[in-house]
Every structure is written in structure tokens, then in C-alpha cells.
Design a protein. Structure first.
Length: 466
């Protein structure tokens, strides 16, 4: 418990704050005062503030709440008063370009991170910026351009005296550390295997070792030294796409990943070797495979994910990644943290491969792991052993899910895309306490701070509580 508390402090969390994506060190938990058991657009609403659209989650730090948003061509950082929801200021970021985005993404998806004095934001169409709580710009650091097939989505995190950002994309993926004081890049480490995911990292402080950043990516998870960016340890065997974030509880790291339905156990498709396909299908004899030369409909359907350099054809290197991606297996995995070097085969504790979500990160609360998949199937586990406790669709909430579950005060909060809010009793066998409805869609993960729950819809931020 002392180790976990120390890690949360290093990650920028103050008492009662929710300073980054999924709260203190990405746990999704804030044990605060009495939280409301009933939430809806009309029930237990302390205040509601209209906002421009954006998929970033609210962060709560000091007397401020921060979100990012977009309005027309403007990229905005908005600060609200924590007690009243009144807007205190908004600042516009430069916008050098328009990154290509999946239809389900937007230009303000990464969540800010704050430390009680400053807030840090990442806009993929520009880069990193930092402001004081009074709204004064501290610094700006241009980055990119990027080429993630979905658009960038990972959020920055604080670790030690650095701001850490993981940028996974089709080509040129990297993790980097920037000085909090002036935004200057201190280190950058290539992630050659990482592709189109957007998993937000967490901080790990091992006994006797350097402070580390845990960063899952395609096929592997790396632990980087916060100070230098050096890879301290890694483990192979992850799915080909990693969009959900890792969760650290004690010395166990939980991570879930989902690529396609074809990557479920027993469904993997064996892709023929490049030389074989080239010999049979390379009609124009250019040494590459175009969509028209693809050996099957599946390859044509996923060609945007195969053609990483977007030149209209797949070369041998891209085809090798396609082979590896097709062979990977969706799953929820639990690893023992710690150690150095290659930990593959040494640290895996258990694995589960049914109803795994693409986006929502798991929640580990009071010994139970909660996993809600994209279609509303909730599976709960004994977090230590991986034994399944329950697996069923949420009653009254059959829907799509983008937001991750969060918890506090013995309650678990799960919000669907259409705005259905389910409150579970974490003490009495995950019993449903309440099901309510918001008045708009929800993509952002809720926040919890000082006896209140904050839910961002497409058009507003709600504060629930007394």
C-alpha cells in the first residue's frame, strides 16, 4: 500500500484529485466521500456546464477541472471552476494540420494531465502545450505529423519531473519524455513493433529500481526508465492492437487488447508467406502486393492496416507485420511486474480470451476485476487468480461502450455510448443499484473527486453529488 501511494504521488495525484486519464496512475479509482448511488440527466445533478465537443475525459486538480475540445477549426483547452462548473478560461492551440481520423475519433481525444499548478495537453494536430491554472501559457512543443490509422489517442502522463507521451502509429512510433518546466524533449525511444494503438501508459516504481513507465503496444509491453528512456524490461505476446490502458495493483499489471474478431482464440487466419503470394499474385511485377493482387477478400478488407506507408501496396516488411497481426490473440493478461530484460514466459500469471473489449480499460477494485466489452458484456474475475465470477450482459444497458469503468465508495460506475449509467454495488456481489440515462451520448471516461462524479457527454459536463 505504501508503494502504491508513493506511485500515485509521483504521477501527480493530490488528495481528492483525478489528475489524468482514469485518475490516479490510471487505476480508475478514487476512494473519496459518499458518492451518489443514482445518476441520470435529472437525478443528483449538482451542476451542468455546456461544452464544445471532444472525446477527452475531464481531469480534476485543485480548484479546477480541465477538458480539451474543438469548435469549428479551433482546438481548445477549457478550465472550469470545480465547485460551480463555471468556465474560468479557454485557450486556443495552434493547428498546423488536419490529421486523418477514423470516423469514431476526433481532434480532441487525448485527456489532459494536471499537477495542482499546471495543466498539460496534447493535440495531435499540433503537439504539446502547458498552461498555468490561471490560463497563462507556459510553453508549447510542436510534434508530428502523425499517421495513426485511427488518429492519435494516447494521453500524456506525469512521471518524476517529466511529461511522458507515447505515440504509436503506422511508422515511426516512439515514447518520449519532456521537461515539465519548459517542454524540452529529454529523450525519445523508438517503438519499432508498435502500430495503430493508443494505450495510455502508467507509472511503476519498483523496489530498488528506477522509476518506470509501463507502455503496452502491438505484440509487446515495454517498461522505460523515466529518467533516460532506456528499456528496462519487456514482455512479448500481447495482441496486435493495444487501445486500452494497463492497470497496476500491487505488483501485478493487467492489460487487455483486441484487434479483430479473427484474433479470437481458434479464429486466427494463417497468412501465406510473402514470397508465395508474390509468385502467384504480383501481376505488375513490382515486387509488392496491391489490393487488386490480394489473395483473398479478408486481405482487401484490412488493406488500410497492412499498407503502413500508404503507398498503395504491401512490401515484404508490411506483409510480415500482417502475418504477425493475424496470428496474434485477443486477450486479458495479468503479468507480475518487476525484473529486467526479456520477461516473456516468466511473468505471465493468467490469461482470459472471451468478450475482450477494444477500448474500455479494465477496473480492479476490492479484489475484483471488472471488464466491460464493446457490446455490453460484463465479466468479473478474482483479480488474483483470473477465476471468472460472473459473465453476462448488463441488464437494461445493452449498448456500445467506449468509456472505461471507474469506482469509489464501494460503487462501480459504467456508462454506455448512448448515455446509460449503471451503478454496481462492489460489496454485495456486483448487484445493480441503479440504471439511469443521460440526455446525450458518452465517449469520455467519468472522473471521481471529493464526493462527486463527473460525466462528460457530447455537449456538456455534469457534476453529480451534494
Amino acid at each position: 500500500m505504501l508503494l502504491l501511494t508513493f506511485v500515485l504521488l509521483l504521477a501527480g495525484a493530490g488528495t481528492g484529485d483525478w489528475p489524468r486519464f482514469r485518475g490516479p496512475n490510471g487505476t480508475g479509482i478514487q476512494e473519496t466521500g459518499r458518492l451518489p448511488a443514482e445518476l441520470s440527466a435529472t437525478r443528483n445533478v449538482a451542476w451542468k456546464t455546456a461544452l464544445p465537443p471532444g472525446y477527452s475525459s475531464p481531469v480534476v486538480s485543485g480548484d479546477r477541472i480541465f477538458v480539451t475540445a474543438y469548435e469549428g477549426d479551433k482546438l481548445l483547452t477549457i478550465a472550469l471552476d470545480r465547485a460551480s462548473g463555471k468556465e474560468r478560461w479557454r485557450r486556443e492551440s495552434p493547428r498546423d494540420r488536419r490529421e486523418k481520423l477514423d470516423s469514431r475519433n476526433g481532434p480532441a481525444s487525448p485527456t489532459p494531465v494536471a499537477d495542482g499548478k499546471s495543466v498539460y495537453v496534447f493535440f495531435p494536430d499540433y503537439g504539446l502545450l502547458s498552461y498555468t491554472f490561471a490560463g497563462e501559457e507556459r510553453w508549447r512543443t510542436p510534434l508530428g505529423p502523425f499517421n495513426n490509422v485511427y488518429g492519435m489517442g494516447a494521453s500524456p502522463v506525469l512521471a518524476g519531473d517529466l511529461l511522458i507521451l507515447v505515440c504509436d502509429q503506422n511508422r515511426g512510433s516512439f515514447a518520449a519524455g519532456f521537461r515539465q518546466s519548459d517542454g524540452r524533449e529529454v529523450w525519445r525511444t523508438a517503438r519499432p513493433d508498435a502500430l495503430s494503438g493508443h494505450s495510455t501508459p502508467i507509472v511503476y516504481d519498483p523496489p530498488g529500481g528506477p522509476l518506470q513507465v509501463v507502455a503496452p503496444g502491438s505484440f509487446r509491453m515495454d517498461n522505460y526508465s523515466v529518467a533516460t528512456g532506456e528499456i528496462v524490461s519487456w514482455v512479448n505476446g500481447l495482441p496486435g492492437e493495444m487501445k486500452s490502458g494497463p492497470v497496476l495493483v500491487g505488483d501485478i499489471i493487467y492489460i487487455n487488447g483486441f484487434s479483430t474478431p479473427d484474433n479470437d482464440p481458434g479464429q486466427q487466419v494463417i497468412v501465406p508467406p510473402f514470397a508465395e503470394v508474390l509468385a502467384k499474385r504480383d501481376a505488375d511485377k513490382n515486387g509488392k502486393i496491391s489490393p487488386a493482387e490480394a489473395p483473398d477478400e479478408r486481405t482487401r478488407r484490412y488493406f488500410a492496416f497492412i499498407d503502413l506507408d500508404e503507398d498503395g501496396a504491401a512490401d515484404a516488411a508490411e506483409w510480415r507485420i500482417w502475418i504477425n497481426g493475424s496470428a496474434s490473440e485477443n486477450g486479458l493478461l495479468a503479468f507480475r511486474a518487476g525484473g529486467g530484460g526479456d520477461r516473456t514466459g516468466k511473468s505471465l500469471l493468467w490469461r482470459y480470451s472471451r468478450s475482450v473489449p477494444q477500448l474500455p480499460t479494465t477496473l480492479v477494485y476490492r479484489g475484483t476485476l471488472y471488464m466491460i466489452n464493446d457490446g455490453g458484456i460484463l465479466t468479473t474475475f478474482d483479480a488474483a487468480t483470473g477465476a471468472v465470477k460472473k459473465r453476462a450482459r448488463l441488464r437494461g444497458a445493452v449498448d456500445h461502450y467506449y468509456a472505461s469503468p471507474v469506482a469509489g465508495d464501494g460503487k462501480v460506475y459504467i456508462v454506455s455510448q448512448s448515455g446509460v449509467v449503471v451503478v454496481l454495488d462492489a460489496i454485495r456481489d456486483q448487484e445493480i443499484l441503479f440504471t439511469g440515462e443521460m440526455d446525450d451520448e458518452v465517449y469520455a471516461t467519468p472522473a471521481i473527486a471529493s464526493g462527486h462524479v463527473f460525466i462528460r457527454t457530447r455537449g456538456a459536463l455534469y457534476c453529480f453529488g451534494s
